[in-house]
Design a protein around this ligand. Structure first.
Ligand code: GLU
Length: 429
């Protein structure tokens, strides 16, 4: 049976790298199951650093996994609860002559001159000589070092595959030696590549949000985040497009596709992917995922508004903000470009608004086709370009220089509300 584990340290938020490691483990399990194999994902919270570990971080990590849909089959287990076993395992190695007491601590005796393994990502990796010296496994205060606790736990939990970040490669030879000392076959190791920011430096807070929860609060959908994380260091090969529904990821994911070179975290790509997933869901299903931002509206009206703004939204926050403005739930706030447009020629702006408010007043068939024709006639009648009428309308109704076509915008805002807002904007600005 395949048994993998995700082993986060609760010393910080669930960040992008940790979530990606969790996802690869999860995908490996789901893919194996789809092929009819028995497989389990164990969640082990490595809380042995008592000073930096907190229950709050543990909770944030579990919440992040739950949000992403990464369910685990066993656990959460807490490494700290294995202390008695860690100590007993160390004593066993002493009794077998494989470790020895040294100034109160217990030190492992290294007799091998080379340790090598076939990494699931990097192929053969070998360490020799000076990298392999006797090392402490139990400190003088009887607490285990990281490498020892991990092997004791992985043996105890019958872990068959260890997938974790590249930064652990240098730990692996020690861990393999410990497996051998316990008389166990080491698991398959696979070290997934680091994640870099756009500047090629290791991803950190300087690059913006790195905690998964930040993206949740910025209006990224979990399925988009999962799709994006999967492609951080994994590639399906060929010219397969990048949009993956979760079932497609499970089907396609294998460690053959995991890259050796570092992955680059591109926030723009995440937004693009989020937009793709929002469009794939469509307005009606999105409504249920927007929280209560549009809760004040009848559902059919909310869906109509979502449909109007979806093509120009990258996050669910974009949708809510634009839909609320069109519905009149929030006042229109001008963005920089809109403010600059007005400032360039305030009279022309007001004039455009006045002409359109007056001209549209007698339109009773408030449809996109009628409004389009009418707006053009209004402009022509004053010897102006269509844009000189339409752009002020767009800005007055959305606060932005880009939106859906103005005739559609007028329809979605609605006749009375649109006319009232155009008149108000014409006289106030
Ligand atoms: N607790 C370790 C970490 O968060 C993971 C150890 C492992 O996967 O072996 O980096």
């Amino acid at each position: 049976m395949i048994r993998v584990r995700f082993a986060p340290s609760p010393t910080g938020f669930l960040h992008v790298g940790g979530a990606r490691t969790a996802l690869f483990n999860w995908l490996f399990v789901q893919h194996a199951r789809r092929r009819g194999e028995e497989a389990a994902l164990i969640l082990r919270v490595e809380d042995t650093d008592k000073e930096r570990s907190t229950d709050a971080f543990t909770q944030v990590i579990l919440d992040g996994m739950t949000w992403l849909g990464l369910s685990w089959d066993e656990g959460p287990f807490f490494q700290g609860e294995g202390l008695a076993r860690h100590q007993a395992d160390a004593e066993r190695l002493v009794a077998d002559g494989k470790a020895y007491a040294d100034e109160g601590a217990i030190r492992f005796r290294v007799t091998h001159e080379e340790v090598a393994w076939d990494d699931a990502v990097h192929a053969r990796i070998a360490f020799h000589g000076k990298d392999l010296e006797d090392f402490v496994i139990l400190r003088a205060d009887r607490t285990p070092v990281y490498n020892f606790a991990v092997v004791s736990d992985d043996v105890h939990m019958r872990v068959t595959h260890v997938f974790r970040g590249d930064d652990h490669i240098s730990n692996t030879p020690k861990q393999i030696l410990l497996y051998r000392a316990f008389g166990r076959e080491p698991p398959v190791f696979g070290h997934v590549p680091m994640i870099l920011g756009m500047d090629g430096k290791k991803l950190s807070k300087r690059h913006g949000a790195t905690a998964v929860a930040d993206y949740q609060h910025e209006g990224i959908l979990p399925q988009a985040m999962v799709n994006f994380l999967a492609l951080l260091g994994w590639s399906p090969g060929g010219d397969r497009e990048l949009f993956f529904a979760i079932g497609e990821l499970i089907e396609a994911f294998t460690f053959d596709g995991v890259q050796r070179k570092a992955a680059v975290f591109d926030p723009k790509k995440l937004e693009w992917m989020n937009a793709e997933h929002m469009r794939a869901l469509g307005p009606a299903r999105l409504l249920g995922l927007l929280g209560d931002g549009l809760g004040a509206l009848p559902p059919a009206r909310a869906v109509e508004l979502i449909a109007a703004v979806l093509p120009r939204s990258r996050t669910t926050l974009d949708i809510v903000r634009q839909a609320r403005q069109r519905a009149g739930l929030d006042p229109v706030a001008q963005d920089e470009k809109a403010a600059a447009f007005i400032a360039k020629d305030p009279d022309a702006y007001r004039n455009g608004l006045r002409l359109s408010a007056n001209g549209l007043q007698d339109v009773t068939d408030w449809s996109a086709a009628t409004l389009e024709a009418k707006l053009r006639r209004i402009a022509e009648a004053s010897g102006m370009k269509a844009g000189a009428v339409m752009q002020p309308v767009r800005i007055a109704l959305t606060g932005s220089t880009v939106s859906e076509p103005v005739n559609e915008l007028l329809v979605v805002v609605g006749r009375e509300a649109a006319l009232a807002r155009l008149r108000a904007a014409a006289s106030s600005s």
